[in-house]
Design a protein around this ligand. Structure first.
Ligand SMILES: [Zn+2]
Length: 236
């Protein structure tokens, strides 16, 4: 991916150089794949290198932040732990038994596989289990909280959006991210209440937050929790 290297603060930094005929200025960006430098088509190398030296502290800080917050790929194998309703479940791969669905027994999630090393099959089985658990749990909470808020929900479905935990439509359809099932029940309730409150108030007005506060007095705590742990829930 990286096309160039530069020495900044005594560290060799690889970066991707993008030349664009439409660009008038030099742009620096640090993302999950590292540093990207965008420059006008004919800019000589010493010019963007001068900018990189000038901004070397910014580049270092951004790269450090990225490294610290990078989420490693999940290893789908026996003995790993997965989040569920704010707790941790241990994956137990079993062979020889009936190979149907994943089954939870307290803090274990038992998965029967023909080949215990088949990580793709394990992932598949666990994902299927997550989604059915999510739908059942969300249905139960939505029903209960909708009654409390005196709203009616026409449809509940799951999404796997990268950026949103929930959404709703004016027709009363609620969509919730299945990954929410990894969060503690209080956090799920906050997201449900948030979407249900939108069936009364379509905006984020003070009237909206009043409804949320009434149904979910500690919603600020849940919001902060989701902000802090939400990225981790997207590991898979
Ligand atoms: Zn909202």
């Amino acid at each position: 991916m990286a096309t160039h290297r530069i020495r900044l603060n005594n560290e060799e930094i690889p970066y991707l150089l993008l030349r664009s005929p439409r660009r008038r200025s030099i742009g620096l960006k640090v993302g999950p794949t590292g540093l990207t430098v965008s420059v006008p088509a004919r800019l000589p190398q010493h010019e963007w290198e001068a900018v990189l030296h000038q901004k070397s502290d910014w580049v270092r800080d951004k790269l450090e932040h990225m490294r610290a917050h990078a989420v490693p790929d999940f290893c789908w194998q026996h003995g790993e732990f997965i989040p569920f309703l704010g707790r941790s479940l241990e994956l137990v791969v079993e062979t020889g038994g009936p190979r149907t669905q994943a089954v939870r027994c307290d803090s274990l999630l038992r998965v029967g596989l023909a080949d215990p090393g088949d990580s793709a099959a394990l992932k598949n089985r666990v994902m299927h289990w997550y989604r059915s658990e999510a739908l059942a749990f969300f249905q139960y909470r939505v029903q209960l909280l909708a009654r409390q808020l005196d709203v009616s929900v026409s449809r509940l479905s799951l999404t796997s959006a990268r950026t949103r935990w929930g959404s709703c439509s004016s027709s009363g359809a609620i969509r919730l991210n299945w990954r929410l099932i990894k969060a503690p029940p209080a956090v799920i309730d906050y997201v449900v209440v948030h979407e249900l409150a939108h069936l009364i108030e379509l905006n984020h007005s003070s009237a909206f937050w009043q409804i949320v506060t009434q149904a979910c007095p500690d919603f600020r705590e849940q919001k902060i929790f989701l902000k802090k742990h939400g990225a981790g829930y997207h590991q898979f």
